[in-house]
Design a protein around this ligand. Structure first.
Ligand SMILES: *[C@@H]1O[C@H](CO)[C@@H](O)[C@H](O)[C@H]1NC(C)=O
Ligand SMILES: *[C@@H]1O[C@H](CO)[C@@H](O)[C@H](O)[C@H]1NC(C)=O
Ligand SMILES: *[C@@H]1O[C@H](CO)[C@@H](O)[C@H](O)[C@H]1NC(C)=O
Ligand SMILES: *[C@@H]1O[C@H](CO)[C@@H](O)[C@H](O)[C@H]1NC(C)=O
Ligand SMILES: [Zn+2]
Length: 567
């Protein structure tokens, strides 16, 4: 018998024991002599029922990710069969050496329950009491000699409880150990918290920089895979530009300026090391002095003049009116800051304008297409998503979720409508899919995030942001919208969060691994089911963040590397 089948036996025994105890309690009503046992039996029932609840709970936790949540009850109430064998094999992988210990304890529970059934004189075959008429209680009690005293079950009860507690502990431990085990060399993830708080502050700063009354301002933020790590947050942010495109959509195009592309980077004001005017002789090795006077009679060194070479960059100035500054951004020079915005913490966000390609192609204007338009082939330009584009965009999107969640750049109910691709003037078509962008309007109406109260069905979707990422990964892979992948059966699935969810679940079960490989399929599955074996589903939790990085971003990166033959 497999470990899981033993668990099935326990699951089956517990209700039988409880209903037998209830049967006897009813019988006692007819035999006044035994009334004093009534409360003992009730207490037994309560205790066993408690253990049953705990056992089911642990088992559900153990099986999460292996058995779908909505199938859990059905799965647990029909022990045995092929499905159970499959799941048992997966459990062995999940638990490894803990498997024996785990099911050793389950067997322990099964043994205690067997003993209890014997003491209750239940029918060995059916596990039910050997009489059904409660009024026969007195004579049957004399014949069968079952135990009614609680104390006679105390050994079994304490065994049951101890094993059950061991299971609870083991489940928690093995689930906590699992993700780090699965990924042999876990990389510690980039400091997404720093990136996220920078992104939020960037949004606020840009918005408050736009003091004009124009209505059409919007910004596209480039979504990028970021794997770089730095010693501290300042180094990280100082070396991490955020690429934006300032756009302006006006009803009167004549007055509108064209789109402007720029990098925005935190200018870290490091304290400049001030040259020391009098110092010990050791310094002379490092610094070249024009003129050094040494008094031969003493050991002191006096510096009279010092040459400091200054890179002649114009000092950037604070931008007061972003609207005006954007419209006058001119002929950029490489890496020259056109000015900076101050955020509420007085940090400088430098703007570094970028050149547009000058080669004249047919394409003369900026244009942008949403991912949805591309997927539904309404973008109207002649390039489809290549496999390489898909895998690369997948990495950019996944990494960006970790950078932008809970910032105004990314709403909880984001979707393929919010993701854009940009065609620059003069740039070849092949460049369009290089990076996705997220688009945000800067009109006052969109500043308040809509707070959608979670509906009960939504709770199957444990985290909407990640669920959407999973759906987008599917859409990307197939190069089409999720609606077009629906079957009539998906539309009919009842009691679920809807057709999109059903389609995603079906494709995860049946196709994605075959279409894109196991790593990609794992990433999609984890997003859609929020299957990270963590107690929390919030990206605010550092541990969960790392789990999402290991479970989604890393496998997507590997998929891309495999595809490029880079490993
Ligand atoms: C039950 O689990 C504990 C660990 O919590 C372990 O030490 C013990 O050996 C297990 N019991 C059996 C019978 O395997
Ligand atoms: C946004 O919400 C805040 C309160 O949360 C409210 O004071 C403010 O007026 C709202 N702004 C808009 C534009 O609705
Ligand atoms: C999903 O993750 C987002 C980002 O961390 C968080 O705001 C949200 O609360 C999470 N949802 C749940 C149900 O935990
Ligand atoms: C992600 O970006 C890092 C640098 O930030 C780079 O080393 C890595 O190769 C990139 N991965 C992919 C899949 O593009
Ligand atoms: Zn303006």
């Amino acid at each position: 018998m497999s470990g899981l089948e033993v668990a099935g036996v326990v699951l089956g025994s517990l209700p039988l024991v409880i209903s037998a105890l209830e049967h006897y309690t009813n019988g006692i009503h007819t035999a006044k002599r035994y009334w004093r046992y009534k409360s003992e039996l009730r207490s037994l029932i309560l205790q066993i029922d408690t253990e049953r609840g705990i056992f089911i709970n642990t088992l559900e936790q153990l099986l999460s990710g292996l058995v779908r949540i909505e199938h859990m009850t059905e799965f647990l109430s029909n022990p045995g069969g092929e499905v159970w064998q499959d799941v048992d094999v997966q459990l062995k992988t999940r638990l490894r050496s803990a498997y024996e210990v785990y099911f050793g304890n389950v067997s322990g529970m099964a043994r205690s329950l067997k003993r209890i059934r014997e003491k209750l004189a239940l029918d060995p075959g059916s596990g039910k009491p050997q009489f059904s008429d409660p009024s026969l209680f007195k004579q049957e009690y004399k014949r069968l000699q079952f135990s009614l005293r609680k104390s006679e079950y105390s050994e079994q009860l304490s065994d049951l409880r101890n094993h059950n507690q061991a299971l609870t502990r083991l489940t928690q431990q093995s689930l906590e150990l699992e993700p780090s085990r699965a990924e042999t060399k876990t990389r510690s993830c980039p400091n997404f918290n720093a990136l996220q708080s920078y992104a939020r502050s960037l949004f606020d700063t840009l918005r408050s920089g736009l003091r004009c009354t124009c209505e059409g301002h919007a910004i596209k933020l480039r979504l990028e895979n970021r794997s770089n790590k730095a010693e501290d947050d300042e180094d990280l942010l100082g070396s991490t530009p955020f690429r934006v495109i300032f756009t302006y959509n006006s009803a009167a195009p004549a007055t509108s300026w064209t789109w402007k592309e720029a990098d925005i980077r935190w200018i870290v004001d490091k304290p400049i090391s001030v040259p020391v005017s009098s110092c010990g002789p050791k310094l002379t090795r490092r610094v070249r002095f024009d003129q050094v006077q040494t008094s031969s009679s003493s050991t002191t060194v006096t510096v009279t003049q010092q040459h400091i070479s200054v890179i002649t960059k114009p000092t950037p100035e604070q931008i007061q009116d972003l609207c005006h500054a954007i419209s006058t951004l001119q002929q950029p020079q490489l890496n020259i800051c056109a000015g900076y915005l101050l955020d509420s913490l007085k940090r400088k966000h430098g703007i570094y304008p970028l050149d547009i390609p000058i080669c004249q192609d047919k394409q003369e204007d900026w244009s942008a297409y949403t991912l949805r338009q591309v997927l539904t082939r309404r973008a109207g330009f002649g390039r489809r998503l290549m496999q390489h584009d898909k895998f690369k965009i997948a990495v950019d999107l996944a990494s960006s979720i970790l950078q932008l969640y809970k910032t105004p750049w990314l709403n909880d109910d984001w979707g393929d409508d919010d993701v854009y691709f940009v065609h620059r003037p003069g740039a070849p078509l092949s460049s369009v899919y290089q990076h996705p962008f997220i688009y945000r309007k800067f009109s006052s109406a969109t500043t308040n995030q809509s707070l959608v109260p979670p509906s009960p069905v939504r709770s199957i979707i444990r985290n909407q942001t990640l669920f959407t990422l999973g759906v987008l990964l599917i859409e990307l892979l197939y190069g089409t919208s999720i609606e077009e992948l629906q079957t009539p059966h998906d539309l009919a699935c009842q009691g679920t969060p809807g057709a999109v969810w059903c389609t995603a679940e079906r494709l995860i079960d049946e196709e994605i691994a075959l279409e894109a490989g196991q790593l990609y399929a794992d990433a999609v599955r984890r997003c859609v089911r929020c299957d990270f074996n963590r107690k929390t589903y919030s990206l605010d939790d550092q541990d969960f963040q790392q789990a999402v990085f290991d479970g989604v971003v890393a496998p997507l990166e590997k998929t891309l590397q495999h595809f490029l033959g880079q490993d």
